[in-house]
Ligand binder design. Structure first.
Ligand code: ATP
Length: 300
């Protein structure tokens, strides 16, 4: 008995990994006439990731599916905006269902939404065989948000401008990262508004870039810094308590990522990572032990 091919509903789909980013350094240089802040950030990825599934649908529309109650399932979702942008720019009349398995904490300073948007751009480029280069995808990403360009590269980079001018760096020396997110979320916009530019203690971005290029873990640990950290600490003292606990438990370096409130620590040994993890249990309910990745990793 033969199978009628017409009855076989072949769905085309792609999977993309959307990893969380951490800031190894974050500096703000000045406020620009267009009201954006001119920044210098060194960012890398860790192996805590959302999983994005893109499935072709017959109707010319974008459907978002996510079971996380903090993530909007409509045009406010950054993945929706990415799909809408690519459809308009390239005049594509096809539809897509975007399913987001959310593993990255929301509003945490880990660029989860930006990474979902970037993964959607990369995935649609494959699903619809658009042959856009990484640079072209990053340019589209910059229209969605300042961190999306970095997330398109999905590796390790120095980001300048408002975050969209990307210079890729080699992957940093491998290490363990413990991420701890206190209960509350933080609005990036609010933290930037509270930042007092004249009081900034600037990190040494050049030294951080050099440490990564040299693969010098010790120098990397010595040069981490984030000018937004003191602002968030002033509003949320529990962030400082997490930092202290991590330091007391033997972390090689401790820093808040982005505008927070997630704090991360770096260690070389797995056993130390779990010592830090255990010290935070009961104090902080979202704690993850992950590897620093720093290079692009495909899912399929
Ligand atoms: P960044 O580090 O880039 O400032 P973040 O980690 O602090 O980002 P996100 O997790 O990206 O913050 O979420 C910020 C806001 O974006 C949330 O309030 C959420 O409602 C909205 N949002 C839109 N789309 C998404 C998405 N796909 N995933 C998570 N949040 C999203």
């Amino acid at each position: 008995m033969g199978i009628s091919l017409k009855k076989v509903n072949v769905k085309m789909y792609v999977l993309e990994k959307a990893p969380a980013k951490i800031n190894l350094s974050l500096d703000v240089l000045f406020k620009r006439p267009d009201h954006y802040h001119e920044v210098e950030m060194v960012m890398t990825t860790v192996d805590l990731a959302d999983r994005i599934e893109l499935v072709e649908i017959k109707e010319d529309q974008i459907i978002i599916e996510s079971e996380n109650r903090f993530v909007p399932n409509d045009e406010r979702n950054l993945a929706y905006r990415a799909a809408s942008l690519i459809k308009h720019k390239l005049k594509i009349n096809q539809g897509v269902k975007i399913s987001i398995e959310k593993n990255i904490p929301v509003a945490a300073g880990l660029a989860g939404g930006s990474s979902d948007a970037a993964a959607t751009l990369r995935g649609l480029n494959r699903l619809w065989s658009l042959a856009l280069t990484t640079e072209e995808l990053a340019e589209l990403g910059a229209k969605i948000g300042s961190d999306v360009s970095f997330c398109v590269y999905n590796s390790t980079a120095l980001a300048k401008g408002r975050g969209e001018c990307i210079t890729e760096l080699p992957a940093p020396p491998s290490c363990w990262v413990v991420l701890a997110k206190p209960q509350m979320g933080v609005s990036t916009q609010h933290i930037y508004q509270k930042l007092m530019l004249e009081k900034i203690n600037h990190p040494n971005t050049t030294a951080m870039v050099e440490a990564i290029k040299q693969g010098d873990y010790k120098q990397m640990c010595q040069n981490i810094g984030n000018v937004l950290e003191s602002v968030t600490l002033g509003i949320h003292p529990e962030v400082n308590q997490i930092k202290r606990l991590m330091e007391q438990s033997g972390a090689d370096a401790v820093l808040m990522s982005g505008s927070g409130p997630t704090v991360f620590s770096m260690v070389k040994q797995e056993s130390k990572a779990y010592r830090i993890y255990n010290s935070l249990r009961g104090f902080c309910n979202e704690v993850y032990v992950v590897r620093m990745l720093g290079y692009h990793q495909a899912l399929d």
